[in-house]
Design a protein around this ligand. Structure first.
Ligand SMILES: Nc1ncnc2c1ncn2[C@@H]1O[C@H](COP(=O)(O)OP(=O)(O)OP(=O)(O)O)[C@@H](O)[C@H]1O
Ligand SMILES: [Mg+2]
Length: 336
């Protein structure tokens, strides 16, 4: 277990005696691996990262980071890890360079050592032209790159990123991934990141654990997870809400039919050849269809299969809710 970059065993976290945020989480991460915790809001991602980065105490269970117990050797763990959090921690009044200088100081780096390191990082993250501007004028993408630079200023062996691209548009997100990939390529850094973007987990992670209600409901490489869904599905909705289970099950090539919220999910190896048979069969039975849709194996499908619910991690209201929550908090503090 000590050769692993991260090892967790039955992590349980209960907040305030009642909220069971983690309900027995176990996983391991090899050195150099990019491991993703994927899950919807409230799944327990931040809590897991907070325990591993020694910010929150575990209720029961054990976690080792770089072979060190997070509860018994928290200071030693902190020296070896980098962290960039879900909510921006950079000081908007300071420049990008100053933010990096503050962090380097906190990490105990000497001035001469940090000066060259900071120059290198600003170049690497394409922030050199903006290095001496106040961070409050940075774009979302620039801020996230600065957070990344702050997280690795002291050249940690393991980097924790909690929702590193939250709030970025798809283009900004894809841009950020490039910096992360280059960083991994250049340094061999171990990465543990949390995300609620399916595509982010798919694109960046060697392995993923899908977290839901404080439990890991599935884990593997993105390809392995998608294989588990065992092929395509065709999702059919009849206009009048008739029960099509028996009708659809009788069609050759159909492996199974499930029904939820007026939709019928038809499992099959390939969806394209099956669609005409479904449409014809329904037509002959006098059933009018409101929609017919082929769904290819995706993490979205994996989540549905594992939990019986559609994945709701990417809906805009989450971000909007998060922003309005922050604005309300600022109002309460008497800030605009
Ligand atoms: N300090 C706290 N006190 C009480 N409950 C908490 C606290 N922090 C988190 N929780 C609760 O624990 C559960 C897991 O929260 P956590 O923040 O770990 O989820 P998450 O997966 O990071 O969600 P999100 O995608 O919204 O960031 C939620 O039910 C949350 O409300
Ligand atoms: Mg979180």
């Amino acid at each position: 277990m000590s050769d692993l970059a991260i090892a967790t065993q039955d992590l349980v976290k209960v907040y305030g005696g009642t909220v069971r945020a983690l309900d027995g989480i176990s996983f391991h991460v090899q050195p150099g691996e990019a491991f993703g915790l994927l899950g919807p809001n409230g799944a327990g991602k931040t809590t897991t990262i907070s325990i591993l980065t020694t910010l929150v105490r575990v209720t029961s269970g054990r976690a080792l980071v770089d072979g060190l117990d997070v509860t018994q050797q928290p200071e030693e763990v902190r020296r070896r890890i980098g962290l960039a959090f879900q909510i921006s921690t950079a000081d908007g009044e300071l420049t990008g360079r100053e933010n990096l200088e503050v962090e380097a100081g906190l990490q105990g780096m000497s001035r001469s050592e940090s000066k060259s390191r900071i120059r290198e990082l600003l170049q690497q993250m394409d922030l050199a032209p903006y290095a001496d501007r106040a961070v409050k004028g940075y774009s979302g993408g620039m801020r996230r790159r600065l957070e990344l630079a702050v997280g690795i200023v002291h050249q940690p062996r393991i980097l924790f990123l909690d929702e590193p691209t939250l709030g970025l548009d798809p283009q900004g997100r894809a841009g950020f991934w490039k910096y992360l990939r280059d960083l991994r390529h250049d340094t061999g850094l171990t990465l543990l990141l949390s995300t609620h973007y399916l595509e982010e987990a798919d694109q960046l992670c060697d392995r993923i654990a899908i977290v839901d209600h404080g439990k890991i409901v599935g884990a593997g490489t993105p390809a392995e997870l998608k294989e588990k869904t065992g092929g395509d599905s065709v999702v059919v909705k009849p206009t009048k809400g008739e029960d099509l289970t028996v009708l659809l099950q009788a069609i050759p090539g159909v492996q199974g039919v499930t029904r939820k919220d007026g939709f019928f999910r038809v499992k099959c190896s390939r969806g394209e050849p099956l669609v005409p048979s479904i449409v014809t069969t329904c037509d002959r039975a006098g059933v009018e269809l409101a929609s017919v849709e082929i769904r290819k194996p995706s993490l979205d499908e994996v989540f549905l299969e594992l939990t019986g619910r559609a994945y709701r991690g990417e809906e805009e209201p989450d971000t909007a809710g998060f922003i309005s929550e922050r604005m309300n908090a600022m109002h309460r503090q008497g800030r605009p």
